[in-house]
Design a protein around this ligand. Sequence first.
Ligand SMILES: Nc1ncnc2c1ncn2[C@@H]1O[C@H](COP(=O)(O)OP(=O)(O)O)[C@@H](O)[C@H]1O
Ligand SMILES: N[C@@H](CC(=O)OP(=O)(O)O)C(=O)O
Length: 501
Amino acid sequence: MHSLISNQDEKPWVVQKFGGTSVGKFLKNIANNIVKTHLENNRVVLVCSARSCDTKSKGTTNMLLKAADESLDPDSKEYLKTIDEIANDHIKGSRSLVCNAKILDDLEQKILNEISELKNVLSATQVLGEISPRSKDIIIGYGEKLSCRVITAVLNDNGIDSEYVNLENIIEKGKFDRCDLDQSFYDYLTQVISEEVKKCGNRVPVVTGYFGTVPGSLIANIGRGYTDLCAALLAVGLGAQELQIWKEVDGIFTADPRKVLDARLLPIITPEEASELTYYGSEVIHPFTMEQIMRHNIPIRIKNVMNPLKNGTIIFPDIIANNGWSKDTNILELLDQNGYHADMSRKHPTAVTIKDKIIVLNIHSNRKTISHGFFAKIFAALDTYGIIVDLISTSEVHVSMAICANILENDLQNAIRDLKKLGRVNIKSYMAILSLVGMQMKNMVGIAGKMFSVLAVANVNIEMISQGASEINISCVINEEKAEIALRAVHAHLLVPYYVN
Ligand SMILES: Nc1ncnc2c1ncn2[C@@H]1O[C@H](COP(=O)(O)OP(=O)(O)O)[C@@H](O)[C@H]1O
Ligand SMILES: N[C@@H](CC(=O)OP(=O)(O)O)C(=O)O
């Protein structure tokens, strides 16, 4: 449960997570309009990602992954050029942001030290001619180390007494090498990360969202966006009043606001809904974040760095609402302002989302092979090639699966070869998953029928249908070229104005 503050003199913690593009573009604003304001009523800790001055795809983490690949060519020095680009970006950024000559000098020296260490790591991978998942983790960690060095200096330069906290060695060596990532690992991380942060005393800690080499690789087991998870673990460890995820969007909308112009901002949403939306294309927050936060009932607030005074979206565990938790009047006020009853009952779905770049794999069993092992063999084949199934729909002899097209062609072809031993296989590419999400949908008779009628009227053909066991998500697979038409049609007809409750 959310911990009570025993010492009344001590302000409650707020954990603020800033993504790569936010720290790349809005650092002065973050220091002066966000951190300073929150310091009036809270103890603040920042958890930050690697810098991206333009888009995430052109950001430091991607450049580091590119350099790592380039270092595998024994005859090329291309990786050194890529690293120099990263160095120049950080030095140039620092010079435009830090005024105090001493702070700037010190920062530049630290950046150059990190860069020379990174070059040593990559020259070692070039000699070895291979990169282990562990080395790849170490390489991407430089992104967060560099960005947090810059952020700490900018905060200090703007009169906020802050301290750099590097989590790269936070996991005790050898302790988890042979274990899977399970809750005991996350509990351990929660404890060691918060202990490390508390060492900063009254200074504002600036924590690297990178937390070291995790069992079986950070990229493979947690994936990009791991900084959200780090912030969640820290919020749990500190018993924070709130975890704030700062983005360049006002919060979570009823649909992607880039695609549906009249999408509405959702003032409040449950973690279950947020998880479904995130998994099915609205990538506002890393899905593992919700799981940790939900276990401890800490609210997450999504806010906009460009619009800090707006309330944003609160991801609010149902259980708090049901128990009438009243420690934070802001939350209850927010509920009131938006016409919410404490049980958050809604008479319509919450949001609609699209996940594109989907392939549908259809396997039609040749009746002779049908047996209890049919499904087991299908999943074994997919597991061998690391293929993740997003949706599945089955009959006794037919299985349709929607999988993400973002896999290696070789892996797909090998999986198809194995699956062909079980029956006829055909694939459909250029598909998309459309998902309608809402906590109250399990009580809405006829909602699936309405969704499919809306799609029929919009002339959208449905390839496959699936409803999750949680009953808060109805999904179907459609042609990718119809995805936006379908999204707008479902939004227009099923996402009725928000305050009708
Ligand atoms: N339902 C949704 N609500 C809000 N944003 C959404 C939704 N679905 C997709 N998005 C998109 O997710 C993006 C997340 O915000 P942004 O701050 O740009 O991400 P990041 O910091 O991860 O680069 C936005 O560009 C927005 O268009
Ligand atoms: N730098 C990492 C970690 C991260 O969390 O990024 P962001 O917060 O910008 O999504 C990545 O790009 O995956």
